[in-house]
Design a protein around this ligand. Structure first.
Ligand code: FES
Length: 569
């Protein structure tokens, strides 16, 4: 290698000993200790960000995927080198996986920048992993391609088809209402999650996979392939081949994740009735590229994007059905007239060229035509108003339209602990026309914005058959949940936002038509009340960094110091 040649593969980014020839000689010597030939070590390197963890059931088959990616890289003339990063298994983390998303993104970014690789294949799946990997990849800005672990297959219980985790909630609600005994709920528990892979419905993981495909940072047709399907391994092999092409073309994420591709992703999010969490994650991914996701713009897009996909939690079917029905490619072909087709993708073609490929079959039960949509407007809507000056999100596709124009009495829970202690109290002062309000569950709270926005219907009302009530909080909600639930209220209560000023008995008004949620209390009354405040900053460690740096929901809950100056798309 002469000084003028750009280093390739293992020779990239040499350790600094003050003597680069020595550093290269030392690195080669150590690399050879792993048994590679000098010919292999001269090849371009494709890193594989592996996220296998026995604390992450959704990533159980990552080792198989890594093996298939390696096949692709080697076949294309490269050297694949896998490395571990943080892995986030949604239900195995406390206080909540969102708390760790930025940690994983920092880990991913620094390992991409610090290790010698010409491109990387990111293998993620469970809710926070794909956002974290994409945030890291955008910040590192080396050629990157996303591969997901894929969704679970459905299970069966007494003749009924079950999939995590919409059916988890459905059956738990029945159990709480006394319709199911403890033996039956244990049987259900064993039938909900029966294969490797991510949740089987259009939850956050599936939504983020769809968004990755829509952004163009994943191969076409690969978002919905079930985890255990042989096509998933073929997608992994093809991703390895594609990574080599990306390395050769130096096609970096800044050319793929642009203002226009982010709008394409928002369109797809709205058309699939996707998870509310995806707004936070897409905002964070775009934010790393200096692109602002504006909630007013979200509403404009929502007004002109129909819901096309009939999947749980808003519809009837599961991810394996979406794959068989034509996948996200079929959805995007339906949306073609609404998309920016010039966007570049990791396959080296524009989105328009990608969508020119014929769609051999579409199952119209699952993917509706634009001319016959499930709903004429998008699945999500942003709300503003005196209770949420900086915005809130309602998944109207999963909500009861009878509550869209609604006024009622607030029943306030001041924290998740308060809610857990009182919600099932038979003496709780609550009626089925009240509005349940949860405070101190936002990003700045001690609970770090958990998926607690799906407040349980109080047992005494559930037993009377009440299935839905208007619920409002600064929390998030699982992408697999449903109900008339206003989320991500910003500023959150712990930042001193108006949500923290609500008291039981106050009147609140929701108007989806006007995109508003208002606290109907005079300003002079509110001025007498004490606003919420953030908990004391932890003394050390990552929790301190989180407490100091985490931003609000409309800023993607990223850390302030990780976000470049925003510029409009
Ligand atoms: Fe991993 Fe649902 S728990 S995707």
């Amino acid at each position: 290698m002469t000084d003028k040649q750009e280093p390739v593969g293992i020779s990239r980014g040499l350790t600094n000993y003050g003597d680069f020839d020595f550093a290269r000689y030392l690195r080669m010597s150590f690399a050879r200790s792993m048994g590679y030939s000098t010919e292999m070590l001269a090849r371009p390197v494709v890193g594989i960000a592996g996220t296998y963890s026995e604390f992450n059931n959704c990533h159980r088959l990552v080792p198989e995927l890594i093996a298939a990616v390696k096949r692709g890289v080697i076949a294309a003339g490269g050297l694949p080198l896998e490395f571990p990063t943080v892995s986030l298994g949604e239900v195995f983390l406390k206080p909540t996986s969102l708390f760790f998303r930025n940690l994983m993104s920092m880990d991913t970014e620094e390992m991409l920048k610090g290790q010698p690789m010409d491109a990387v294949v990111l293998i993620g799946g469970c809710d926070k992993t794909v956002p974290a990997q994409l945030m890291g990849a955008v910040s590192a800005n080396i050629p990157a391609i996303q591969l997901v672990t894929g969704p679970m297959m459905t299970g069966r219980w007494r003749g009924e088809r079950l999939g995590a985790c919409t059916d988890c909630r459905r059956f738990w609600a029945k159990y709480r209402a006394g319709e199911l005994d403890s033996e039956s709920i244990q049987e259900v528990e064993g039938s909900l999650s029966t294969t490797a892979g991510t949740c089987a419905v259009m939850g956050t993981a599936s939504t983020m996979a769809a968004i990755a495909e829509a952004l163009g940072i994943m191969l076409p047709g690969t978002a919905a392939i079930p985890a255990v399907h042989a096509d998933r391994l073929r997608a992994a092999e093809a991703s390895g081949v594609a990574a080599m092409r990306l390395a050769h073309d130096k096609l970096t994420p800044d050319r793929i994740i642009t203002g226009q591709s982010v709008e394409n992703a928002l369109r797809v999010l709205l058309a699939i009735g996707g998870s509310t969490n995806a707004i936070i994650h897409l905002t964070a991914i775009a934010g790393r590229a200096g692109i602002k996701v504006d909630l007013q713009r979200l509403n404009e897009l929502s007004d002109t994007t129909p819901v096309l996909v009939d999947l749980k939690p808003t519809g009837s079917y599961y991810m394996e059905d979406l794959h068989a029905a034509g996948g996200i490619g079929a959805v995007m072909r339906e949306l073609k007239d609404l998309l920016h087709l010039d966007c570049m993708t990791v396959s080296g073609e524009t989105l328009g060229e990608r969508l020119e490929a014929p769609q051999p079959y579409i199952d119209r039960k699952i993917i509706h035509a634009v001319s016959a949509p499930l709903q004429p407007e998008g699945g999500l809507v942003a709300l503003f108003g005196s209770l949420a000056p900086n915005g809130a999100i309602l998944k109207r596709a999963a909500a009861d339209p009878r509550l869209f124009e609604y006024e009622g009495r607030a029943v306030v829970f001041t924290s998740i602990e308060d809610m857990a202690a009182r919600v099932d109290d038979p003496d709780l002062d609550i009626n089925d026309d009240d509005i349940m309000v949860l405070q101190n569950a936002g990003p700045k709270s001690a609970s770090c914005m958990p998926e607690a926005g799906y407040l349980p219907i109080p047992t005494k009302l559930a037993r009377k058959g009440v299935k839905d009530m208007l619920r409002i909080s600064d929390a998030r909600m699982s992408g697999t949940a449903y109900g008339t639930i206003v989320l991500h209220v910003s500023p959150d209560a712990a930042s001193g936002g108006p949500l923290g000023l609500v008291r039981t008995g106050d009147r609140i008004r929701l108007s989806v038509k006007e995109r508003r949620v208002d606290l109907l209390v005079d300003a002079d009354v509110l001025a007498q009340r004490t606003p919420g405040q953030a908990p004391p900053l932890p003394k050390r460690g990552y929790a301190r960094l989180y407490g100091q740096e985490v931003l609000q929901a409309e800023q993607g809950c990223d850390f302030a110091f990780l976000v470049p100056e925003p510029s409009d798309p």
